[in-house]
Design a protein around this ligand. Structure first.
Ligand code: ZN
Ligand code: ZN
Length: 477
């Protein structure tokens, strides 16, 4: 089956002569520049009469282009095709084998090129948590260099919106006077680079600019390069082009993309009609998901504290404050499985509201890339917050059995800023009881005695834990 995209990939490789043959075949004007012929041919593919008869004509013309390319390739490479025939039956038989092999090789060459043309489709792009895709307005399409001799390429595309598409945009748009028009349903333009990464993330070509209906599209502000001499790059993000669109059916919209040709790099674009999803909607989705069970968290705490080696810390601390803000976490969440290494949580609501405009997310605790589908509330942390912790408590010490004690205020006052570390980067690196062999440190802290533990969940209000004391030992070197 030939999809319209397949057909366009093939037509894109047509020379002027094939374009003219094709336009004559469908009864259209075949006079004009190559660009105009191409636009006309694409309109046929996008049109209502794109039928099997037209498809087989496209295939036929495509195959003749392929055959031509193969022939040219063989001539230009100067490699004659020669059969390695068994030497039996004399020179005549050898000629026969040679001819047969040549035909076979040509067939294979055509087939390979043909397959490449059809299969070399742009990749699917990463789904965006804050947008629900309603329909594809322009399928993923590779940017094609019209003139490989120049650095900056200009690619033009016609985008026609269906009446239904326009209705979906206009019936919900906010056009109160004096307010910037807001489009809850919008046309989203996205770019990706062809790589092994599947699905593909957003990626912009260099020297990149977009006009929609003659007006410049607002692109993300370029970020200065880290290295000197490098040009600033625009952070790749989906681009809302709705405000430039002609929201009338059958009126063509002109998309103009200028981009820098880069050796070996291939970029594609696509336009989708999307609905913006509000952070609260996403929060409700997260709330309805099954939680990260407390057993799983306790198991992880045990693993960190009772590791079978010397690097196991004696104590593990958990901050009740969200690493994104300075207030206490109210909806503790983590990404699972990406964040299975750490038990520290962040606040779901704060995280979602802060990441609304980002197309890729990282965990604020361990900096790993995370997906929306991974976000889940943490049962252990939730129950801890629901237990009798005082309002001023912002840190707890975890024990290997899953119990915890609040870090007393006295200790917090005593400890210097550099002597205690919080669990971060997925490593539990807080060591209160140091190893004697550690020679490069002359001040060591010992936490003694082990404070009484609070059971989880608390059956009755937990007793006030015994105050731990810090003993500081100075070692003379
Ligand atoms: Zn072919
Ligand atoms: Zn993480």
């Amino acid at each position: 089956m030939m999809t319209p995209t397949d057909a366009k990939v093939m037509i894109n490789n047509f020379r002027v002569s094939e374009l003219q043959m094709f336009l004559a075949f469908v009864g259209l004007n075949k006079i004009g520049r190559k660009e105009d012929l191409l636009t006309r041919a694409f309109q046929v593919v996008d049109g209502r009469n794109f039928n099997d008869r037209i498809k087989s004509k496209i295939r036929e013309l495509h195959d003749s282009v392929c055959a031509n390319n193969i022939a040219n390739m063989n001539i230009s490479n100067g490699i004659p095709l020669r059969g390695i025939a068994p030497n039996l039956g004399g020179p005549r038989a050898q000629t026969f084998y040679s001819a047969a092999l040549q035909t076979r090789q040509q067939e294979m060459g055509i087939a390979a090129q043909h397959q490449m043309a059809v299969q070399d489709k742009p990749q699917k792009m990463i789904g965006l948590p804050f947008f629900e895709v309603l329909e594809s307005v322009h399928p993923p399409t590779f940017l094609q260099a019209n003139n490989p001799a120049v650095k900056i390429q200009e690619s033009k595309y016609q985008v026609t919106l269906k009446a239904e598409t326009i209705n979906r945009i206009t019936e919900v748009r906010d056009i109160r006077p004096g307010v910037l028009v807001d489009y809850p349903v919008q046309l989203l333009l996205r770019f990706s680079q062809k790589t092994q990464v599947d699905p593909a993330p957003d990626a912009f070509p260099t020297h990149f600019n977009v006009k929609f209906n003659g007006k410049a599209v607002q692109l993300p502000q370029p970020v200065p390069a880290h290295r000197q001499g490098m040009e600033p790059k625009r952070p790749p993000k989906p681009v809302n082009i709705t405000s430039n669109a002609r929201l009338a059916p059958l009126v063509p919209n002109l998309l103009e993309i200028s981009w820098g040709l880069e050796l070996g790099k291939k970029y594609a674009f696509q336009i989708e009609l999307v609905r913006k999803i509000m952070p609260d909607e996403l929060l409700n989705v997260v709330k309805k998901r099954s939680v990260i069970s407390k057993d799983l968290t306790k198991q992880r705490i045990r693993e960190i504290l009772v590791a079978d080696n010397d690097i196991a810390p004696e104590s593990l601390r958990l901050s009740l404050k969200c690493p994104l803000g300075q207030s206490r976490v109210s909806l503790p969440c983590r990404a699972f499985p990406s964040c299975r290494s750490h038990v520290q949580c962040f606040d779901a609501q704060l995280f979602l509201s802060m990441n609304e405009r980002k197309s890729s997310w990282v965990c604020p605790v361990c900096n790993k890339p995370i997906q929306f589908s991974e976000l889940a509330l943490d049962e252990y942390f939730s129950e801890m917050l629901a237990s009798n912790l005082t309002a001023d408590c912002d840190e707890v010490i975890l024990n290997s059995d899953g119990t915890f004690v609040p870090v007393p205020r006295e200790e917090k006052e005593k400890k210097g800023p550099s002597t205690s570390k919080q669990e971060a980067n997925g490593d539990a690196d807080l060591v209160l009881l140091s190893d004697e062999e550690n020679e490069d440190q002359n001040t060591k802290q010992i936490l003694a005695p082990r404070p009484a533990a609070v059971q989880l969940p608390p059956a009755s209000p937990p007793p006030h834990p015994a105050e731990p004391e810090i003993v500081t030992i100075d070692i003379d070197d």
